[in-house]
Ligand binder design. Structure first.
Ligand code: PHE
Length: 539
C-alpha cells in the first residue's frame, strides 16, 4: 500500500516551519557574537546588503525550485535537481543539498543537547551554587576539556541529553510533516517569542547593577553591540574595508536563513501548485530577522556587558558567550535560576525546530531514491547521523571534531550550494522562465530589479565573497599585494600544517567518506529514477 502523501496543513504552517528552521542557535548565539566582534553598525551594513542581495533572492529561488520539484513528485534536493535540470548529471547539482543538512545535523544536535542539559541544570539550581566555575562546568559537560570524557549520563553530563534529543527529533520526524514538524513549530515558535520577550524585558530593565561601575549599564551594553567602531577605515582595515567582515556577514545570512542548506528546498517541495512562494518566503525571512536582530541582538551581548563590561565579552566566541558567560550573568540577577532556565529552554526550542529541518531532506531521499519505507529510511538516517554524532561526542577536546565539520561543510558547503542554486535558477532554468514559475500563485510581485540581481549581482557577489573566503579563511592571505603573506588558518593547518591534528584529519576523512557514500547513493537513486522505479509524479 503506498504511504499517504505528505503535505503541509496550512499556509501558516509552512511559514512557521520554515521560520522554525531559520530561527535557531544562529540567531541567539552566533549573530550577537559576530556583530559585536566585527564592530556593530559596520557589520550591520554588510549584513543587510547580504540579506537583500543574497539571502532573500536566493531564498526565493530555493522556494521556487522546491515547489517545482515537489510537483514532479520529488522531495529531496538530488531528486528535485534531477527533475528540473533533466540531464543525467543534474541530480549531482543537488548533492550538497543532501550532504549539508545530514552532516550539519551530526554536530548541531550535539549543541541542542547542551541547551536541554543547561535548561535542566539551571532549573535544579546548578548555576547559582556559590563557587561554581562556569568554564570548568562547560568543559566537563561538553567534553571540551578532554576526549572521551563526555560519555557519561548524569545531570551534569551531556550523555543523557544526546539520547533524549535523538529520540525527540526522530519521533517528530516519524510523526510526519504536519503532525510532527508543523506541530512542533506551531507551538514552539510562539513560545519561543514569548520567552524572548520576557528575557528582553528583564535585560532592558537591568539599569546599572553595580553602582561602583557606572559605565556598565544597559545603554552602554547596547552601544557596545550597535555603535559603529569605524565604518570605513580603508581597505584591509577594520570596518567595511575588511574582507573578513563581508565573509562573516554573508555566511551569517545563509546560516541564519537556512538558505543554501537544502532544508528550504525540501520544505517547499510539499507545497501545492498554486501555493504562494514569494510572500511566504519573505514572511519567513522577516520572522527570522525579527528574532535575530530584534531579539537575539538585544539580549545576549547587552546582558553580558552589564555584568562583565567589554573585557568579559571580547574573545569569548559563540559558545563561550552562551555557555560560560551567560550562566554567570543570570546568577547575578534576582530570580536568576528562573531566567536561566527559560533562556536555555528558548535555545532548545530554537534548536529543535532547526534540527528537524535537517532530517527531513535525508528521510525524503531515502524514501524516494532508495525506495525505503519511512521506518527504514529513518533507521538508515539515524545510523548515519548517529555515527557522526558519536565522533563529535567522543573527540570533544577543544570541540575539534565539531569545529572541523562546521567549517568545511557548514561554511564552505553553503557557499557552494548557494552558487549552484542561483546559477541553476538564473542560467539553467533561465531567468524569464524562473521568474514566471516563482510568480505562479504569488500574492505579491517581486520588484523588477531583482531580475538582474538574480542574474548577475547575486552570483557575482557570492563568487567574490567565496574567493575572499578562500583567500582569507583557507589560505590566510593578508590581502596585500605589496607584501603578501599567507598564514593558513587553523582549519587548513590542522590538516596539512607542520603540526597536524589527528582528530581534525580523521574528522575530515570521515566527512569525505560520507560525501562519497552519499554520492554513490545518489547514483543508485538516479538509476531508479530513470527506470521509473521510484519518484516521479505518481499523482
Ligand atoms: N538557521 C539555523 C540557525 O540559525 C541553522 C540551520 C541551518 C538550520 C540550516 C537548518 C538548516 O541556527
Amino acid at each position: 500500500m503506498p504511504e499517504p502523501k505528505e503535505a503541509w496543513s496550512s499556509r501558516l504552517g509552512v511559514i512557521l516551519a520554515v521560520a522554525g528552521s531559520a530561527v535557531g542557535l544562529g540567531n541567539f548565539l552566533r549573530f550577537p557574537g559576530l556583530a559585536a566582534q566585527y564592530g556593530g553598525a559596520a557589520f550591520m551594513i554588510a549584513y543587510f546588503v547580504a540579506l537583500l542581495l543574497l539571502g532573500i533572492p536566493i531564498g526565493w529561488t530555493e522556494w521556487t525550485m522546491g515547489r517545482q520539484g515537489g510537483l514532479a513528485g520529488y522531495h529531496s534536493s538530488p531528486g528535485i535537481f534531477h527533475a528540473i535540470v533533466r540531464h543525467p548529471l543534474g541530480k549531482y547539482l543537488g548533492l550538497m543539498g543532501f550532504i549539508i543538512p545530514v552532516v550539519v545535523y551530526m554536530y548541531y544536535v550535539y549543541i541542542e543537547a547542551w541547551c536541554l542539559g543547561y535548561a535542566l541544570n539551571a532549573a535544579s539550581g546548578t548555576f547559582s551554587h556559590v563557587g561554581i566555575d562556569y568554564g570548568k562546568f562547560f568543559a566537563d559537560f561538553t567534553g571540551a576539556g578532554a576526549n572521551g570524557v563526555a560519555i557519561h549520563f548524569g545531570l551534569k553530563d551531556v550523555g543523557l541529553f544526546v539520547v533524549l534529543v535523538y529520540i525527540a527529533n526522530f519521533y517528530f520526524i516519524y510523526k510526519g510533516l504536519s503532525k510532527g514538524i508543523e506541530f512542533v513549530c506551531k507551538w514552539g515558535m510562539p513560545v519561543l517569542i514569548l520567552i524572548a520577550l520576557i528575557i528582553l524585558g528583564r535585560v532592558m530593565t537591568l539599569g546599572t547593577p553595580d553602582p561602583a561601575k557606572p559605565d556598565q549599564n544597559v545603554l552602554n551594553g547596547l552601544g557596545y553591540m550597535w555603535n559603529p567602531h569605524g565604518i570605513w577605515n580603508g581597505f584591509g582595515q577594520p570596518g567595511l574595508g575588511d574582507p573578513q567582515l563581508w565573509l562573516a556577514a554573508a555566511g551569517q545570512i545563509f546560516f541564519s536563513l537556512s538558505v543554501g542548506f537544502g532544508a528550504i528546498i525540501t520544505y517547499a517541495s510539499y507545497l501545492r501548485k498554486k501555493d504562494d512562494v514569494v510572500l511566504s518566503g519573505l514572511t519567513a525571512a522577516s520572522a527570522n530577522e525579527f528574532c535575530e536582530v530584534g531579539l537575539g541582538g538585544l539580549i545576549t551581548v547587552p546582558a553580558a556587558f552589564v555584568f562583565l563590561g567589554a573585557a568579559g565579552i571580547a574573545g569569548q566566541g559563540t559558545f563561550g558567550l552562551g555557555f560560560k558567560v551567560l550562566p554567570f550573568v543570570f546568577s547575578k540577577m534576582p530570580f536568576g535560576d528562573f531566567f536561566a532556565t527559560i533562556f536555555y529552554v528558548l535555545l532548545f526550542i530554537a534548536a529543535i525546530t532547526s534540527s528537524l529541518s535537517m532530517l527531513q531532506p535525508g528521510v525524503a531521499f531515502f524514501e524516494e531514491g532508495l525506495r525505503l519505507k519511512r521506518k527504514a529510511a529513518m533507521g538508515a538516517l539515524a545510523l548515519l547521523t548517529g555515527l557522526g554524532t558519536m565522533i563529535v561526542w567522543w573527540f570533544s577536546k577543544d570541540l575539534k571534531a565539531l569545529d572541523t565539520i562546521d567549517f568545511w561543510i557548514g561554511t564552505v558547503g553553503i557557499f557552494i550550494q548557494g552558487m549552484i542554486l542561483v546559477a541553476t535558477y538564473s542560467w539553467i532554468i533561465g531567468i524569464e522562465e524562473g521568474w514566471k514559475e516563482t510568480h505562479a500563485g504569488a500574492a505579491m510581485r517581486i520588484p523588477g530589479f531583482y531580475k538582474p540581481v538574480l542574474q548577475f549581482v547575486s552570483p557575482l557577489f557570492l563568487f567574490l565573497v567565496f574567493l575572499m573566503f578562500i583567500g582569507a579563511n583557507v589560505l590566510g592571505w593578508n590581502f596585500s599585494f605589496a607584501a603578501p603573506q599567507f598564514h593558513p588558518t587553523s582549519y587548513v593547518a590542522d590538516l596539512v600544517g607542520p603540526h597536524p591534528s589527528n582528530v581534525a584529519r580523521g574528522t575530515f576523512l570521515f566527512t569525505l567518506a560520507v560525501i562519497a557514500l552519499i554520492g554513490w547513493l545518489v547514483h543508485i537513486a538516479g538509476r531508479n529514477w530513470s527506470t521509473g522505479a521510484t519518484g516521479g509524479n505518481t499523482r
